[in-house]
Ligand binder design. Structure first.
Ligand code: CP3
Length: 348
């Protein structure tokens, strides 16, 4: 055992740690006044993600305030479609808007040949962070999973029913496979670049994993994720990969067994007691406090966090939320939760 190993990496490698390490999905964001101020200095959200001075600062803001055990690169999953040549905009209030690619003809307009060049600013952000972060804080890189990125690319933004993306996958699975294959390839390039620049762990966000029936889940969620994990492992076997198949429900276990991920992120609906019995014997788990608990705060927040910590105390656990912090979160509640988590000690 390496006594100087960062606590997040120890837990992700399956070791029992004296307290669960913690970080928060969307720990950088609009709930922080200093983020809103920084954001106002960028031309648009993509420009913000692709300007290392701004992205480094956004990544560090929550580290200064809360001293979590990990920093997550400040960027977005939709920089990848942009790097493939798709038009991507972030509209204030409406979220992302993309020039939808809905069929094989649309695929011809995408170009995966310069992902590294177009996303070079992200690599610079990662390498500056690797140099600047406090010694105990691990740096997490990330990408969206192909299925989730494809939902935005094909729907042209967020969706309620996923009729366009499912429609393509059901009507023309071979054509849709070509989009997924392009995304697998580009994601591997992008994540390898982050690891080379200094990312010490990787998270793959599959926010919309939970909207697919079983057979399609295996084809569009499990198989592409397994391909990405295998490619990363071939080069960097020591860099843990966290998979977050949000909403996967009864398919969580298949996802863990079949993708080869090193750790799994639990959404808010996963019962921690079930995860302790079914998933934690297989891989370390991360999660899963309801982000709204951090909005309401007070005793209810600590009680809910305590229940999760207790239920998962028998194995490796990284404390996190079940989804990202939301804009109405009072930052002082995050401070209080962080103090509570730092004060925990595991009983021997
Ligand atoms: O602190 C961090 O977690 C790192 C930064 C990060 C962002 N997006 C910044 C962001 C990460 C890891 C993401 C991932 C991401 N982006 C996901 C997967 C995780 C999840 O939340 O489900 C998804 C689906 C996206 C796509 C996306 N980006 C949407 C749908 C939106 C609009 C909704 C919203 O919250 O505004 C974004 C914009 C976005 N990405 C913001 C931030 C801080 C807000 C944009 C702003 O500042 O105006």
């Amino acid at each position: 055992m390496n006594r100087n190993e960062k606590i997040l990496l120890s837990a992700l490698r399956g070791r029992r740690t004296m307290r669960p390490p913690f970080w928060y999905m969307r720990q950088a964001g609009r709930y922080l006044p200093e983020y809103r101020e920084l954001r106002a200095r960028a031309d648009g959200f993509l420009d913000f993600c692709l300007t290392p001075d701004l992205a480094v600062e956004a990544t560090l803001q929550p580290i200064r305030r809360f001293a979590p055990d990990a920093a997550i690169l400040f960027s977005d999953i939709l920089v990848l479609p942009w790097a493939l040549g798709q038009e991507v905009r972030f509209e204030e209030g409406t979220g992302p808007l993309l020039e939808a690619v809905t069929d094989t003809a649309g695929l011809a307009g995408l170009d995966g040949s310069d992902v590294e060049g177009r996303l070079a600013p992200v690599a610079e952000t990662v390498s500056r962070l690797a140099a600047e972060l406090p010694e105990a804080v691990a740096l997490i890189g990330f990408a969206g999973a192909p299925w989730t990125v494809a939902t935005y690319m094909v729907e042209g933004g967020g969706s309620r029913d996923f009729a366009a993306v499912k429609g393509w996958a059901y009507r023309d699975p071979d054509g849709f496979q070509a989009l997924i294959d392009l995304l697998v390839q580009a994601t591997v390039i992008y994540l390898r670049m982050q690891v080379a620049a200094g990312a010490e762990a990787i998270q793959i966000f599959d926010t919309w994993a939970g909207v697919l029936p079983e057979a399609d889940f295996r084809r569009w969620v499990v198989a592409p994720t397994a391909a990405i994990v295998a490619a990363l492992k071939a080069e960097s076997p020591r860099v843990p990969v966290i998979g977050f198949p949000r909403g996967a429900g009864m398919l969580y276990e298949a996802y863990v067994r079949e993708t080869g991920i090193d750790a799994v992120g639990l959404d808010t609906a996963v019962p921690p007691s079930w995860a302790a019995a079914a998933l934690q014997p297989l891989v370390p788990v991360q999660g899963n406090l309801d982000p709204v608990r951090v909005v309401t705060g007070s005793d209810g927040m600590f009680a809910a966090a305590g229940r999760i910590v207790d239920a998962l105390a028998g194995g490796a656990h990284v404390f996190n939320l079940g989804h990202g912090l939301i804009p109405t979160t009072p930052p002082e509640n995050v401070t209080a939760l962080s103090g509570f988590l730092r004060g925990l000690k595991k009983s021997p």
